[in-house]
Design a binder for this molecule. Structure first.
Ligand code: BGC
Length: 893
């Protein structure tokens, strides 16, 4: 046997050994191998619904210039078929390509089926390696549901959360079991007394009367042979919003008593299938959750507990029969995304005992999520947990910055206050199931004395549990803290849709999200959340193209705050997903919607300029007219639309929207640009940075406009004077146009007005207002000024997506070794792996180290000053150098 054959056999054996017990992981052998296998951007997803799922992987190969020269993907129902290449349902054949993202194009996928897929790659020397993964389909079509929608038949005003239960017997030995649950409201699912899965606040918020999400679980291990009990507890969520606030969710057209539909699909060892479903056999009763509101809080009366309610032997003879209901929506879609979880456990750092009926806990940082209290006391003792972002001088919880848009009709539903009534038994633990809040402090008061210690209360940071994809480290601690705060605010505002704040609103404000999208994508693998949210956009779009300012919405926001400065999400977010992931699906799915949206702006803005919008929100002082800022976004949308049309080979559209973009640009510059001074309108910071950042400035004028911007910033002693729209543009406009040192000074500024001003005053999240003593608009956990997080990667690390080779297939590395900073390091995990850009000043020079992932390349722009040269291994390189995959060390001196 020659060596090659031996290796082949060995590999095949390893693969076989590996497939039998595990079925699905990258195979370990020296050299290049495929890794990070994903389907629909998730690892081994369960319950997908798309007929043509996307399959992706990356090349693990740390050699210089590592490259995939070919691939072959095969898909089959059993893992051994992949090896023998028999019974395949898809075989891509060997394709000479470095692509690592494909769309499945095989036979029709069947529902409820686990498919294995094998990717074989060939490295730069033509050596092959394989890895296997799997995905499983869910319902695929609504016709596959067997269950009926049920509820407890009470009124929308009824406050207690309902329990549901059913006992069923399994007929034979179970091979595998899946639970599929769709819900209007929120659910907790239990089997034999145990919670199924670790998701929180499922299903994610959608426009409930148009689309409801269902969630799939593997419940094989939770079932037993013979009798089993299934229990479901339903919460209101956004479906039955009982609290009253400015945005009228209590008047939502979909509002109803929570309801659900469940199928538990049992596959027996003999291959037969049985489905246990929701039907008239289910029993229902009220739970000890006597009130629950996603917006305010949860109330729990431990005296009403029914021990063992979700187990087989529980006596449910006093429970009533559940009733049948209509489905909330005609569309039931699989929830294929990273779920919300209790991601981080945060112990209290201190407790201040005011007296034995009042304690104030401090978590040491601001989070979104819940607190869990362990407490013992006399039966009937009422314990109130008030969650606040700040304290009054006397040390008590101050709600005044977060409760001002709440419109309570009585005092039974206080804002962010959980209310627990004790039953006098052993120590009790309480954590709300159907609510989350934004807070750092918890003031606990009780109707009778209780004894609490620091350990009695724990915080849980909750958010969509998106994998971390970025890292920043520098020699400036304020900058590092700013990055941490930006991440915290980004995550605090990610609950299956991006929100503005976890406190006052929890609204899917479009403007905040389009500003923050790059901070999100640099730091976290968020594609699944954005794809879902863009589906919400399509569900909400009016036939005339108009989108509401908050998404999802009950109808609020179609006539306020929804101009292009906010709702350009429909173009800006898909475009960024394309740049960061190299995946054009989101562009394809939203293309008609982007078109209708831009066409609508054109209809109401024949001059090429538009006055539709809110303008530069919460500015320091200067605010340009809305026509100025909104027209910039109108232009940005037309540009994105024309580029997308080109990409999708829609030549006529491309020409049409490129011409539209040119028309807007001309109208804008004619009206606002003084070509002799290089000043836009009155020369405010926002007026100078937005046209630069979004590409409206004529090439010949760029240097002059940038110099004017720099002068304007220097005149305010290196402080920013912008609002939300200006923050997106100011740092990039400076650093991209020769003023990186100044951009850094602004980003690292520690006196008012600046991001650093918050940080030196103790912020662990980003604020809504530059003034920390503002009376309004002063939530302490807003992401809308969050672009600075992304700028650290782009402006200092120089990690940028290359539009010509998206998904970091080619990485642009354009670092700025700014004055005043000795060391800076940025890492972003893109679709091909970790990109690292790290620089350290040394003497008069700089050591610059980079990592370019396998199967990608980089274009490096060294910022050389004066007579400086760049060296690698003693050899001089050009200021612009193309490199392949691998780790490099450069010296600039
Ligand atoms: C929200 C913002 C939002 C704005 C729109 C505020 O109440 O919190 O973040 O973008 O309204 O005007």
């Amino acid at each position: 046997m020659n060596m090659k054959l031996i290796i082949k056999c060995f590999n095949a054996l390893l693969l076989l050994l590996f497939l039998l017990p595990l079925g699905q992981q990258a195979m370990a052998f020296a050299g290049a191998k495929p890794a990070g296998l994903r389907c629909e951007h998730l690892v081994r997803p369960l319950g997908i619904d798309v007929p043509n799922p996307r399959l992706s992987w990356l090349l693990s190969d740390d050699r210089l210039g590592a490259l995939q020269t070919a691939y072959r993907v095969t898909v089959g129902r059993d893992s051994s078929a992949l090896l023998s290449k028999k019974g395949l349902i898809w075989d891509s054949g060997k394709v000479l390509s470095s692509t690592t993202l494909l769309t499945y194009k095989g036979k029709d996928l069947e529902a409820f089926t686990k498919y294995y897929w094998l990717v074989e790659i060939w490295d730069k020397e033509g050596k092959a390696a394989t890895a296997v993964s799997s995905f499983e389909t869910g319902m695929m079509t609504i016709a596959n549901w067997k269950g009926a929608w049920i509820s407890d038949g009470t009124d929308i005003k009824a406050k207690p959360a309902p329990y549901f239960r059913k006992v069923f017997s399994t007929a034979k030995k179970i091979k595998s079991a899946r639970a599929y649950i769709a819900c209007g409201g929120l659910y907790e699912l239990y089997l034999n007394g145990e919670k199924v899965g670790n998701h929180r606040l499922d299903p994610m918020f959608t426009r409930f009367d148009r689309r409801v999400l269902y969630v799939s679980y593997d419940v094989t291990a939770q079932l037993q042979n013979g009798k089993n009990a299934v229990g479901v507890l339903l919460g209101n969520g956004w479906y039955n919003h009982q609290s009253t606030a400015v945005w009228d969710f209590h008047k939502a057209p979909w509002r109803n008593r929570p309801t659900f539909c469940l199928d538990i699909r049992l596959t027996y060892e003999d291959g037969t299938v049985e489905t246990v479903s929701t039907d008239r056999d289910w029993k229902t009763s009220l739970s000890p959750i006597v009130f629950n509101s996603i917006y305010t809080a949860e109330h729990y009366d431990a005296r009403l507990e029914q021990k063992g309610w979700n187990t087989v032997d529980f006596d449910d003879s006093k429970w009533k029969t559940a009733g049948l209901r209509t489905s909330p929506a005609g569309v039931l879609s699989a929830q294929v995304m990273h779920p919300v979880r209790n991601v981080e456990k945060i112990p209290a750092v201190s407790v201040n005992k005011v007296n034995d009926t009042a304690y104030v806990f401090d978590l040491g940082r601001n989070i979104s999520g819940v607190s869990q209290i362990r407490v013992k006391g006399e039966a009937g003792t009422v314990v109130r947990l008030k969650h606040a972002e700040r304290l009054y001088k006397n040390g008590r919880a101050d709600m005044s910055n977060i409760d001002q848009h709440y419109r309570p009709t009585d005092d039974t539903d206080p804002f962010q206050v959980d209310i627990v009534t004790l039953n006098g038994g052993a120590e009790q633990s309480f954590m709300p199931l159907f609510n989350y809040k934004g807070f750092q402090y918890v003031e606990v008061t009780s109707s009778k004395p209780i004894q609490l210690t620091k350990e009695s209360l724990t915080g849980y940071f909750m958010h969509s549990d998106v994998p971390v994809a970025g890292l920043i480290k520098s020699s400036n601690p304020t900058l590092d803290k700013l990055w941490f705060a930006a991440n915290n605010s980004y995550l605090s505002n990610l609950f299956g849709y991006p929100t503005d704040c976890p406190t006052r609103e929890k609204n899917g404000w479009t403007g905040d999200a389009q500003i923050a999208v790059e901070t999100g994508l640099m730091g976290f693998d968020g594609i699944t959340i954005y794809e879902k949210w863009l589906t919400d956009h399509r569900d909400e779009q009016q036939p005339n193209g108009v989108l509401p300012s908050i998404i999802p919405t009950d109808g609020w926001g179609y006539d306020w705050g929804n101009g292009p400065d906010w709702t350009s999400t429909i173009a800006v977010i898909p475009w960024n997903i394309y740049l960061y992931y190299g995946d054009d699906k989101i562009l394809r799915s939203n293309y008609p919607n982007m078109k209708r949206y831009v066409d609508h702006i054109t209809d109401i803005s024949p001059s090429g300029l538009t006055t539709w919008g809110l303008g530069d929100w919460v500015p320091v002082s200067d605010k340009p007219p809305v026509e100025f800022t909104s027209s910039v976004y109108y232009y940005a949308d037309a540009v994105i639309l024309s580029k997308t049309a080109k990409l999708l080979n829609k030549t006529e559209d491309y020409q049409k929207y490129a011409a539209l973009a040119a028309k807007i640009r001309t109208a804008f510059n004619t009206k606002f640009l003084n070509t002799s001074t290089g000043i836009y309108r009155s020369g405010m910071q926002t007026e100078l940075c937005m046209p630069l950042y979004w590409g409206l400035v004529p090439d010949a004028m760029k240097a002059k406009v940038a110099a004017n911007l720099a002068k304007k910033v220097e005149a305010s002693n290196n402080h920013l004077d912008v609002g939300l729209l200006g923050t997106k543009a100011i740092l990039g406009a400076l650093s991209e146009n020769g003023y990186a040192d100044l951009a850094y000074k602004v980003a690292a500024q520690e006196t008012y007005p600046s991001w650093g001003w918050w940080i030196v005053n103790g912020a662990t999240t980003l604020y809504e207002n530059w003034r920390i003593d503002a009376k309004n608009d002063i939530s302490l956990n807003h992401i809308m000024f969050g672009e600075v997080g992304a700028w650290l990667y782009k402006g200092l690390g120089g990690i940028k997506a290359d539009e010509q080779n998206p998904g970091f297939k080619n990485v642009i590395l354009q670092p700025n070794f700014v004055a005043g900073l000795d060391h800076f390091e940025a890492r972003h995990d893109g679709p091909h792996g970790a990109i690292v850009s790290s620089w350290t000043k040394s003497g008069n020079g700089v050591v610059y180290e980079v990592a370019v992932p396998a199967n990608s390349t980089a274009t490096v722009y060294f910022p050389l000053q004066g007579a400086q040269k760049v060296y690698r291994d003693g050899k001089v390189l050009t200021a612009k150098t193309e490199i392949g995959a691998g780790k490099y060390k450069f010296e600039i001196r």
